[in-house]
Design a protein around this ligand. Structure first.
Ligand code: ADP
Length: 487
């Protein structure tokens, strides 16, 4: 099969969160299985250009419709982590992707609407002929719309679009001018059964467009697929998902075991595996040394991720104080575009600056993330909702025991130490999104670490033995593509 992924992120060249890991990991797995895979991305000025091998101009003059004045784009091509990637670089005063950030601009909807039009114009002009275009999140929601209503009439009618929702809270609602900009008549789309946003009828909803116009829609875990279809976690798109029920499912994410693997990891102090698990201790020491934490016989509890209300920031803060009051150590690596949250954690960082039992690193640091996964004993993921969650999957591969809230992909992948069910117990789980809720799990996890190290080690090994690679999920995607192609 010839598959083109279209995404706003791809690790390691442009990564904000899990979406980047998924595009990279799934793309590589499909390629390893003999499929032709390429990825089309914006050419951000802030991307990690050093991660691209052989970057060159593929198409110098791609004229992309934009209101009445087409914009000239240059398409670059290069290899990222073995995958062929194309980068869309618009040459205009708007500087869509040259603003030093990936997201968070007032005109995000227009930036990505333009990207969608440029992607299809490029596929058309370069005559790429994919069997399937695999689109991700709201930033690519207009691709199936443009394909159905513009490019299918230009000979691209045999291309199928699979659309994956990585986080339904972010839907890309915007003024209809984003459609006009790329040559679509807003009047035709401002209908409930098309792109009109259900709660703000003056707005369009790009994710809704992606769901309605794609050949199949999926999200990134079976439990989250159920939650967003049947509860208010669908943020207003429940009905649309129910309407699409027969072409809708959850496919659990995997992680790339070439990138996330303590046996191969070049970022960590000492490589280890299940049979050399005691070497994990070297990484614990290295982590403490790096972050200037005291070398005491205490467990390290970590948190890695975006500091977004979705991630339970108040419960992360509560874990920090629980750790300090209960003979544990705590490490945080996270960042937030939200000024208030960011300032709060900076304040905490200064307040705890001299405390030898914790370290707060505010920012994005891939190398440090690897060392934390390898060096910590436990990781907390106390999310309000979690489409899949990669941090618990990565931690498990490193024998770092996850303490998670029972929601979405977390409840599909973590099986509680005290559960009587037949699953392999590989972590700790709690239900209530409260201090008491997480504390109950922290008491059990840290209690076991102190009182019964052998039982704790058994959970670590269970976690390391889980197969959360792309091996199985990639088969589900191949089936999904084939079904779309046969429709
Ligand atoms: P989300 O996609 O909601 O942000 P996931 O758990 O699916 O959360 O994926 C998060 C990914 O981003 C993981 O690979 C994690 O290691 C990485 N990550 C998140 N925050 C940081 C950070 N501050 N520094 C380095 N890596 C980070």
């Amino acid at each position: 099969m010839n598959i083109i992924m279209v995404s706003s992120e791809c690790a390691p060249v442009s990564k904000v969160g899990g979406l980047a890991d998924v595009v990279d990991g799934l793309g590589r797995e499909l390629q390893n299985r003999g499929h032709t895979v390429s990825v089309i991305l914006p050419k951000y000025d802030c991307m990690e250009a050093a991660e691209i091998i052989g970057l060159e101009v593929e198409m110098p003059d791609l004229w992309v419709p934009c209101y009445t004045q087409p914009i000239r784009c240059t398409i670059h091509k290069g290899i990222v982590h073995d995958l062929t990637c194309y980068f869309v670089d618009p040459q205009s005063d708007q500087k869509f992707f040259s603003r030093g950030v990936f997201y968070g601009q007032k005109d995000d909807a227009e930036r990505f609407a333009f990207f969608n039009r440029a992607v299809l114009e490029f596929i058309f002009k370069a005559d790429l002929k994919p069997d399937v275009i695999h689109c991700h999140d709201w930033q690519t929601g207009l691709i199936p719309v443009l394909l159905a209503d513009v490019y299918s009439k230009l000979g691209m009618q045999n291309i199928r679009v699979c659309y994956t929702l990585h986080n339904i809270k972010h839907q890309g609602t915007a003024a209809p001018k984003a459609l006009e900009m790329i040559g679509l008549n807003p009047k035709e789309y401002m209908r409930k059964d098309r792109l009109m946003d259900d709660s703000k009828p003056d707005y369009i909803n790009l994710m809704k467009g992606g769901i309605i116009y794609s050949d199949s829609t999926n999200t990134v875990s079976p439990q989250y697929a159920w939650e967003i279809k049947n509860t208010d976690e669908g943020y207003g798109l429940e009905k649309i998902l129910n309407d699409k029920d027969f072409k809708y499912q959850g496919i659990l994410n995997g992680i790339d075991y070439d990138t996330w693997n303590p046996e191969k990891d070049t970022f960590i102090s000492k490589k280890y595996g299940i049979n050399t698990i005691s070497d994990k201790e070297h990484n614990k020491q290295a982590l403490r040394e790096k972050l200037m934490i005291s070398q005491d016989n205490k467990p390290i509890i970590a948190a890695v991720g975006r500091l977004d209300p979705q991630k339970g920031v108040h419960l992360i803060k509560h874990t920090l104080f629980y750790a300090l009051e209960n003979n544990c150590q705590f490490v945080l690596l996270g960042s937030s575009p939200d000024k208030e949250i960011s300032e709060y954690f900076w304040h905490l960082k200064y307040y705890l600056n001299d405390n030898p039992n914790c370290h707060l690193e505010i920012g994005y640091d891939d190398a440090l993330a690897h060392l934390i996964y390898a060096g910590a004993d436990m990781i907390v993921v106390p999310s309000l909702f979690e489409p899949c969650g990669l941090t618990q999957l990565i931690s498990m591969k490193y024998g770092t025991v996850p303490i998670v809230r029972k929601t979405g992909g977390l409840s599909d992948t973590v099986f509680d130490a005290n559960s009587k069910e037949g699953k392999r117990q590989n972590g700790f789980m709690f239900n209530d999104f409260t201090y008491a809720g997480i504390e109950e799990a922290l008491v059990r996890a840290t209690g076991l670490w102190y009182k019964n190290p052998e039982a704790f080690k058994a959970i670590m090994i269970n976690a390391m033995q889980c197969d959360y690679s792309w091996n199985y999920p990639s088969e589900s995607y191949i089936k999904l593509y084939r079904t779309a192609m046969e429709s």
